[in-house]
Ligand binder design. Sequence first.
Ligand code: NZQ
Ligand code: ZN
Length: 390
Amino acid sequence: MNNFTFYNPTRIIFGKGTETRVGIETAKYSKRVLLVYGGGSIRKSGLYDKVTASLKEHGILFMELSGVVPNPRVSLVREGIRLCRENKLDFILAVGGGSVIDTAKGIAIGVPYQGDVWDFYDGKAQIKESLPVGVILTIPAAGSESSTSSVLTNEDGWYKKGTGSDLMRPKFAILNPELTYTLPPYQTACGAADIMAHVMERYFTNTQDVDFTDRLCEATLKTIIANVPLAIAEPDNYAARAEVMWAGTIAHNDLLGTGRDQDWASHKIEHELSAIYDVAHGAGLAVVFPAWMKYVYKHNIQRFVQFAVRVWDVDQDFANPERTALAGIERLKEFFRRIGLPVTLEELGVRDDRYEEMADKCTMGDTFEIGGLVKLKKKDVIEIYKLARA
Ligand code: NZQ
Ligand code: ZN
């Protein structure tokens, strides 16, 4: 096990009705707030009315920035920064999913910074300061509610990039599983793929002696595998929604990655798909992850055997570890299919004429290797896109 520091100060407020606490939690930090949300799901569900009532009740002045889209754009973040500066707003409240939260985090680091906020995503500037951010989560998926990062898309060139700092962890995250009842099955499934990917990016490691976190990872994956089909079949099944929501936060709050090297190649490969084709992040991962596994499993076959046996209950073929490892990858793919996700680039509507361009962007013109389990160059990334084709 590697040495590590674990620091996650986000206060998690979990359970039925907890969104009514937003006013009291926000008032601990500020009375001048920017409320950020997406394309209207929170208005339709009635959450908007509850949130604004709670803010008013606690004497909080707020302005709104709505219209965040999946694969959120840096242009809206710039608009939010302007609103905060002109109106002296000093707290950002995100009500929504990863896209809304990442927009809020981008605004929070952009307000105190003199240059353009994209500098942080482009690696040209380090985050030294952030306004505080609070969250009401409406979709378990990205884990942004207690993560260190924000991922944005720059329309100028269609780059999707992330930035991170401990300063970006939200001050609080309100998680009421009831708020996820309105999620369409496809969004629930996309969220599941993202949660599983966050676990697997940590699970597939070369670090030895990480049995405790291996087993936490396996428990998290099994929880998703058992509960997501239930949540899709019965959208208002509180027990299933609650399991998925808590697992989604744990999957990406860094606990599962303690003491081990991590991978993250699949996320980088997927971000290129989202940037160019605007596909849902989770759907892109359902296509990329199994292809990445097929490309790399021979480098650490024992780990893929363990995944197959412990997560998918595959019968171990001691004489043929390769067969066991491949069966595990196949079970993962079957699961994604079963919950209604695409598992090939063709199903995702991605043509094969831009693999080279995406692999080039992903490896910064073949100057940068991606991944922790295996280091991948541009040519490897192209092969993974090819494996994912059909
Ligand atoms: O915009 P509205 O109308 O709210 O609709 C949203 C959106 O269309 C809808 N939705 C959310 N909650 C709902 C709901 N519809 C009905 N009922 C509800 N309760 O779902 C759609 C998707 O929302 P989005 O926020 O895009 O989803 P998600 O949470 O999956 O976020 C994806 C983004 O997070 C980034 C991804 O790259 C992607 O851009 N990620 C951020 C990470 C981080 N900051 O730590 C890590 C992740 O790996 C990921 O990269
Ligand atoms: Zn993700």
